[in-house]
Design a protein around this ligand. Structure first.
Ligand SMILES: [Fe+2]
Ligand SMILES: [Fe+2]
Length: 425
């Protein structure tokens, strides 16, 4: 179980799960480890960070007097734009049985406001495409890149995400094979900003995170097009060239002026995996920062849901289900927050519908990706299987999903096989 404790109450033998506040201010590169010596405790206390989360399954529990929740949240600076703050959960929550909700500060747009937001997002995408193409061209020609020129763009992407993330994220998803390299950068930037908001990252880091998304694949400019756009399987030599892009990108950004640390780190580390099988460093979880973990989730999600030269795009819900099934690749807690930040139910999720029926999510509505398409298969009223029927909850006056359910609560012991069969119908 996880407990939130004051850093002053940390003791040797406790397992540090995370520290609050800006991770740039954290005294350690690793985010999770056993507290084994006095130096570590002193470094934490002298960092000025007030709160930490410990995991008592991996080390000592909290002192009895230590509070598990607090109201004196650090970091609320008067006058700053407010991102909603969330206390770190004291325990890993079970999959919540409530529907993923939009961020509370987002209100429903009127028709007119929505039309204006769509126009704005479309202009942002158009300008981003041109700007990223220009930046990549500079890199291809061996010039240093001018990240400062991209700063206003990052702010406009962040503004669009803050008005309604679904608009810009939907637009950035629709890209042709040729546009992939450029619009992928814009999409990853928007996804990272949206996830950062969900994780309550302090406002002053949101911009750097958006910039990191825009610049993360700049090293791909060193990959010849015949490899980058190759429809078939890559041979070993080609694969080595592709795997070189994080280091090449890091060299380009290091030689350029004013690139923030977060962008440098994400560029180098976005293909690392939690189990240490990623590249280029084969770093494992202990050495992967939160921003690296976020970038890896956003990068893969956009790649899976986009049209690429060698793959058909997956629907958002199928991409999320696939990502959840890959053990060792992602930080599962970050992935869970990512799923919530999009408000999309992964394919295979068990849900309770109105009219007392159980259904499985099989996709998302083409008109609104946050509205699932489900297949109803069981009546709770009669407790019997019913003839399967498909419902697109995004259609006008369609039936609605009431809650996400846990298959075990209904005795579906082999839910994996059962949901796979329901999906394949
Ligand atoms: Fe990459
Ligand atoms: Fe990428």
């Amino acid at each position: 179980m996880r407990h939130r404790v004051r850093t002053n109450d940390l003791k040797l033998g406790m397992f540090l799960h995370s520290l609050e506040g800006s991770w740039l201010e954290h005294p350690f590169w690793r985010s999770r480890f056993l507290l084994e010596n006095q130096d570590q405790l002193e470094q934490i206390r002298s960092s000025g960070i007030a709160w930490a989360v410990i995991d008592d399954r991996k080390g000592k529990g909290p002192p009895e007097s230590a509070p598990v929740a607090a109201s004196d949240q650090p970091g609320d600076v008067p006058g700053k734009r407010t991102a909603v703050r969330r206390d770190p959960p004291p325990v890993i929550p079970r999959r919540s049985n409530i529907m993923p909700a939009p961020r509370p500060e987002l209100r429903r747009l009127s028709g007119r406001e929505r039309a204006s937001a769509v126009r704005k997002a479309s202009t942002v995408i158009k300008h981003s495409r041109t700007a990223v193409m220009g930046l990549f061209e500079d890199a291809r020609l061996g010039n240093s890149v001018k990240s400062s020129k991209m700063a206003p763009l990052v702010d406009r992407i962040a503004d669009s995400v803050d008005i309604d993330p679904t608009i810009i994220l939907n637009m950035a998803r629709l890209k042709t094979k040729d546009e992939y390299t450029y619009l992928h950068s814009v999409a990853v930037s928007a996804l990272m900003i949206n996830l950062a908001r969900k994780l309550n990252v302090p406002e002053d880091q949101i911009h750097d995170i958006g910039m990191a998304g825009l610049l993360h694949d700049v090293g791909k400019t060193a990959i010849p097009d015949d490899i980058l756009l190759k429809p078939g399987k890559l041979d070993d030599k080609e694969w080595t060239t592709v795997r070189n892009h994080p280091e090449r990108g890091h060299q380009i950004l290091s030689a350029s002026e004013g690139v923030c640390d977060i962008a440098l780190e994400v560029c180098l580390r976005h293909h690392e995996k939690m189990d240490g099988t990623g590249y280029p460093g084969r770093l494992s979880a202990d050495n992967l920062s939160l921003v690296t973990r976020m970038s890896s989730v956003c990068d893969v999600y956009d790649a899976l849901t986009s049209q690429r030269s060698y793959n058909k795009p997956l629907s958002a819900s199928h991409a999320l289900a696939k990502m959840q099934s890959w053990s060792g690749h992602f930080d599962q807690l970050v992935l869970r927050d990512f799923v919530d930040s999009l408000g999309i139910l992964p394919a295979g999720t068990l849900v309770r519908m109105d009219e007392d029926e159980l259904a499985v999510v099989i996709g998302e509505s083409p008109s609104d990706y946050s509205a699932p398409i489900v297949r109803c298969f069981h009546s709770l009223h009669t407790d019997k299987a019913i003839r399967p029927k498909v419902i697109d909850t995004g259609r006008k006056r369609a039936r609605s999903v009431l809650a996400v359910e846990d298959p075990e609560d209904f005795g579906f012991v082999d839910w994996t096989t059962m949901s796979r069969n329901l999906l394949a119908m």
